[in-house]
Design a protein around this ligand. Structure first.
Ligand code: HEM
Length: 463
């Protein structure tokens, strides 16, 4: 078994090793076990075989699980040019977002990333705090108008909230009335993508299965919505400060050209998909964790109320709301919305002495590394103080990577952290949430790691 960080940062100088791992079924490898319970399978594999595990799937197709933070850093930061997102991921996603930022590669990706990046810099992002808290205020008014002590499923509530924020920040649109239709459309599309990614044999898109039809209906709805927004923006010509306005104004440094409507649509849909499901899943988990840890929820309330005394938080308040950010970060550790990344090696490589053949699929896993006992005391416990100043400075950088890393790091990471902390502080100030029952919440890991089914909590107003 490999030990952790044997030669930190010097992968190429390590002795050559062979990958340990389970043998699996002669035909299906470990696919059945992975399908039935992926999160336990991968954690058990790391416990049994160590931080570098070869997992057979179909004949000749192995997945190389990377748990060691140094190995994650190697793939994402030190040698990213040798790795690309694999076709089993990009194929289905491309059907939804065309050649958007999440899946494009090479020079085209670089150009698009450069065009979009300024809109996501810290300074630019703080302007989105107001639409974020406006949406939170709307939710607060709804909850205050409802009977005290009622049971709320926070999953759809957080989804609606995050969609409203996405509509306002992406295109200055009030999606209030349409939020549920867009949310349902997104669910159809996610179900389609997960099905394609998790099954080798699926019906072609032209074949009228229920899933295909729901996908095509929802895709047409979202495409139409976004294209209409772009057209009306181009017609009005007025500059706006939302993300669409910034993308419309973006010009390539060399050619001076902007994006076509089709490319803009792909990028807007990418931002909607990459940003919405992930953040709303994280917020739902955060409320579940806070409800189960009333002492932490009280501390969060006290922090918010002491500073804000009932007013709406702003981006400038965040440095003085460290627990709000820490709660969100700790939630992303325990329930990383992206539980694993996938990369395909373009050419042969070697990581800490382990040979990586060309075309191999490597898989850094947030789910496994974020709960690794070598880096986290009592790794399954919810302890936001890990992310408060002094709470764990000697951890390797890639022991925690909810947003990935290197050139393909999540472009929306600052946006998501701002949104998460503001929403938590705004709501914790006004309400107390407690579990409505003793039911364990199951995890849905088909694509984004989100709660499976409802997260029912009792919502009480604070006087
Ligand atoms: C808690 C919330 C979020 C999490 C956990 C998350 C996670 C991630 C991860 C892990 C990646 C890297 C994927 C890879 O390397 O294969 C990624 C990429 C990306 N994310 Fe996020 N994300 C979140 C929120 C957002 C938001 C709010 C936006 C936009 C507003 C966004 C837009 C993107 C885009 C466009 C990419 C692709 C970037 C590129 O390849 O250049 N994400 N995200």
């Amino acid at each position: 078994m490999a030990t952790l960080n044997e030669v930190p940062g010097q992968a190429a100088a390590s002795p050559r090793r062979s990958w340990p791992g389970p043998k699996g079924h002669w035909l299906f490898g470990c696919l059945r076990a992975i399908r039935s319970d992926p999160r336990n399978f991968y954690r058990a594999a790391a416990r049994t075989y160590g931080d570098y595990v070869r997992i057979p799937t179909l004949p000749g197709v192995d997945v190389f699980l990377l748990v060691d933070p140094a190995a994650v850093e190697h793939v994402l930061v030190k040698n990213p040019k040798n790795y690309r997102k694999p076709a089993f991921l990009t194929g289905p996603v491309r059907q939804v977002v065309g050649n958007g930022l999440f899946i494009s590669e090479g020079d085209f990706w670089l150009r698009q990333r450069r065009l979009a990046q300024p809109a996501f810099l810290r300074g630019a992002i703080t302007r989105f705090a107001a639409p974020m808290t406006a949406a939170a205020d709307r939710l607060i008014r709804d909850w205050e108008a409802a009977p005290d002590g009622r049971i709320v499923d926070v999953v759809p509530e957080m989804m609606r909230l995050v969609l409203q924020i996405a509509g306002a920040t992406l295109c200055g649109a009030d999606v209030g009335a349409e939020a549920d239709t867009i949310g349902a459309g997104q669910r159809d599309i996610s179900a389609f993508v997960s099905h394609k990614m998790n099954n080798m044999l699926t019906a072609p898109l032209w074949f009228p299965t229920r899933r295909n039809r729901a996908f095509q209906r929802s895709k047409a709805l979202l495409d139409g919505l976004v294209l209409r927004l772009i057209e009306s923006r181009r017609r009005s010509g007025a500059p706006t400060k939302d993300l669409l306005g910034m993308l419309l104004a973006a010009r390539d440094e060399e050619s001076g050209t902007g994006m076509s409507d089709k490319q803009l649509k792909d990028e807007v849909l990418t931002l909607l998909f990459a940003g919405h499901d992930t953040t709303s899943a994280a917020l739902s988990w955060a409320w579940r964790l806070l409800a189960k840890h009333p002492e932490i929820q009280e501390a969060l309330h006290d922090e918010a109320f002491a500073l804000l005394a009932g007013r709406t938080p702003t981006a400038e308040d965040l440095p003085r709301l460290p627990l709000a950010t820490a709660v969100f970060e700790e939630t992303l550790r325990l329930y990383p919305p992206a539980p694993a990344l996938a990369r395909q090696a373009l050419g042969p490589d070697e990581i800490n002495g382990y040979p990586v053949p060309a075309k191999a699929i490597v898989m850094p896993s947030q789910w496994v590394t974020h709960r690794h006992p070598a880096y986290w005391d009592e790794p399954d416990e919810f302890r936001p103080e890990r992310f408060l100043p002094g709470g764990g400075t000697n951890r390797p950088k890639f022991a925690y990577f909810p947003f990935g890393g290197g050139p393909r790091v999540c472009i929306g990471n600052t946006f998501a952290l701002l949104e998460g902390a503001l929403v938590l502080a705004a709501l914790a100030q006004r309400f107390q949430l407690s579990p409505a029952d003793d039911q364990e919440v199951e995890i849905d890991v088909t694509f984004v790691l989100r709660p499976k089914g409802a997260v029912n909590l009792v919502v009480r107003k604070r006087s």
